[in-house]
Write a protein that binds this ligand. Structure first.
Ligand SMILES: NC(=O)c1ccc[n+]([C@@H]2O[C@H](COP(=O)([O-])OP(=O)(O)OC[C@H]3O[C@@H](n4cnc5c(N)ncnc54)[C@H](OP(=O)(O)O)[C@@H]3O)[C@@H](O)[C@H]2O)c1
Length: 239
């Protein structure tokens, strides 16, 4: 029986991922800011099979509490999916220090804390994997998005480095590097994205992303990075 920790469990991609894992019989440990934000997943928490933790990743103590409770209740963790993220798309003049810090806390520091904190439990698994949701904006510099780009560049550096560090040691660190996906993510959200789509911009849909995640999860051998981009992605960064 496999056990997975999913951060951002109630979000657009997180919630579909949880459903796909549950379908496959994986025990899911859902981490979200509020139980109410789990939306249609709350039914999963009726029995004893799945677990829920409330944590705001801008608060270090919240993350520490989650890690120590998981450690006290579970003997091993097979998968950690770092899905939580925020996209504050602002130019430097408008960006506040607290927005910058929140971007680093949620997109980067939480991944470090969960990866390090749950390491003893990964080592008990025969097939441990830490899969983080990276972004093409962690490869292509994109103007007016300095907080988001910086956090995702650093996340990429962390994941690729740890992939090397743990090669042959039973924990696969994997980065899923995504282009734009049709969700409510980031400044502007879904309405803005729908408008851009009408003007020809291409988006991945959530299903194809989650199919890819499940393919990677079930693969007997994994790469350190999987880019998944819609057609034409990255052209904006050339301007
Ligand atoms: N959509 C895209 O175009 C795209 C492209 C490339 C990469 N990604 C990455 O994919 C991941 C998921 O994005 P998505 O599209 O599914 O967006 P989403 O629906 O907004 O999901 C983001 C998740 O992060 C959680 N989160 C935000 N702030 C938090 C905090 N302070 N503490 C704990 N959790 C917090 C959200 O919780 P709440 O429900 O409380 O807000 C939500 O569950 C992100 O890491 C994003 O960077 C997305």
């Amino acid at each position: 029986m496999k056990t997975a920790v999913i951060t951002g469990a109630g979000g657009a991609m997180g919630s579909y991922l949880v459903e796909a894992l549950e379908k496959q019989g994986v025990t899911c440990i859902l981490v979200e800011r509020e139980r109410d934000l789990l939306g249609r997943l709350t039914h999963m928490l009726d029995g004893n099979r799945h677990f829920f933790y409330k944590a705001d990743f801008t608060n270090q103590k919240d993350i520490q509490n989650v890690i120590s409770d998981i450690t006290s209740k579970h003997k091993k963790i097979d998968y950690l999916f770092n899905v939580a993220g925020i996209g504050i798309y602002k130019k430097l003049e408008d960006l506040t220090l607290s927005e910058w810090r929140a971007s680093m806390d949620i997109n980067l520091n939480s991944v470090f804390m969960f990866s390090k904190g749950l390491l003893p439990l990964f080592k008990k698994s025969e097939d441990a994997m830490v899969l983080s949701f990276g972004s093409g904006m962690g490869i292509y510099p994109s103007k007016n998005r300095v907080a988001y780009c910086t956090s995702k560049f650093a996340l990429r550096g962390m994941s690729l480095t740890l992939s090397k560090e743990f090669k042959g040691r039973g924990v696969d660190f994997v980065l899923l590097t995504l282009g734009s996906v049709m969700t409510d993510f980031g400044t502007g959200g879904l309405i803005y994205r729908k408008k851009l789509e009408q003007n020809g911009k291409k988006y991945l849909n959530v299903d194809e992303v989650i199919d890819k995640v499940m393919q990677i999860t079930n693969s007997p051998s994994r790469s350190d990075e999987y880019p998944l981009y819609p057609e034409g992605y990255g052209n904006e960064s050339k301007s």
